[in-house]
Design a protein around this ligand. Sequence first.
Ligand code: GUN
Ligand code: FE
Length: 426
Amino acid sequence: MKNKKIYKAHIIYTKEQSRFEVLENGYVAVGADGRVIGVAADLASLDSKDAEFIDFGNRLLIPAMNDMHVHAPQVHNQGVAMDLELLPWLQNYTFPEEAKYADIHYAERMYRRFIHTQWLFGTMRSCVFGTVHTESTRLLMKLYQEAGMGAMVGKVAMNRNCPENLSEDVEAAIEGNEQLIAEFNQTDALVRPIITPRFVPSCTPELLKACGELASKYQLPVQSHLSENTSEIAWVQDLEKESTCYGDAYNRYGLFGQTPTIMAHCVWTSGEELEMMKRNRVMVAHCPTSNFNLSSGMAPVRTFLDNGLRVGLGSDISGGHDLCMFRMLTYAIQVSKMHYQLDHNRRFLTLSEVFWIATKSAGSFFGKVGSFEPGYDFDALVIDDSVLHPDEYSLLHRLERYIYVGDDRQIVHRFCRGKEITEPKM
Ligand code: GUN
Ligand code: FE
């Protein structure tokens, strides 16, 4: 077996947010460990001794997509029930659906469907919410392992303001988490547990405290929801009276950057909360379609970037309706253009900025992911855009057109940490 591979294609990626790196007929060398050794415009610049050579011809080679906030057990509700705002939407549509995951057979059918769709659209890494059910969440992790795709998967913690059949007492929550941690928490593993308090209104102070202690004890990352909807924020203020802002309600339980933390939405984040996120390096998962569908608002992503906050993009199925992360880039630009309409001082996002957010910026949550610089995991997609009249466009316009009007049919190869990922079993 050859110990390294060299791929030739039109290579496009973003080292910096302000511009694309474009290598027409470029080369990328990948080691046996699945990490990039080097990327170059000409073969002579790479050590090609003993390398297997693969030529992708006139195709585009780009970093794979990362979905930084998604609920796998909401896949059956994808594209339906978007006539309510967050809190009644949870009670009426989302909680009843998630309760079905007590049934492992239902869970398997839906989770296979979910992972298959992510594969179709070239999403090789995700931060995923499961349900409160330990067995179904274990199954979800196993299915990601079987597929070879990377995921941080959370057993959801919730014990108040929810139906009885989704509520779990604190001891059971700790016990279930520790089972999954014992089984899956290995350094460098592609599939890892993440501590997942649903959001403050779903968790008693005791449960939030237990979540913070688990994150600290096992040095695990944390994911949750933050400042998504104005009624939700008012409710949190009422529930956590000592907290100075919603983010502080997580911070006081060790769930706000004490270990790597990602918070979905942050539509209404400003002031103290923004400062705390910056200080604690908390990443924002921006979910534009969800914010539109649940009528939550428009997250100020330009402000986040200007303040040096870490940002990634999330589909937030089924608040969001679209699992295609390429489309999410276009929605993020469109939201920023609405901000611009309201205030011309807010420069809208450029394509290289959203591409960087979705790849290198988001990928940093998983380690060295989302770029083709040496040392990065080779997470990549090969795009055959021959049906989109590539000969009439520059390489960057080919990429832009693919992002705006392409779909899964043009993705002809997918790689996660150097390994080609073939179609998962449905
Ligand atoms: N806040 C708490 N739970 C959820 C959820 O499932 N989806 C969204 N969008 N927000 C939430
Ligand atoms: Fe969500």
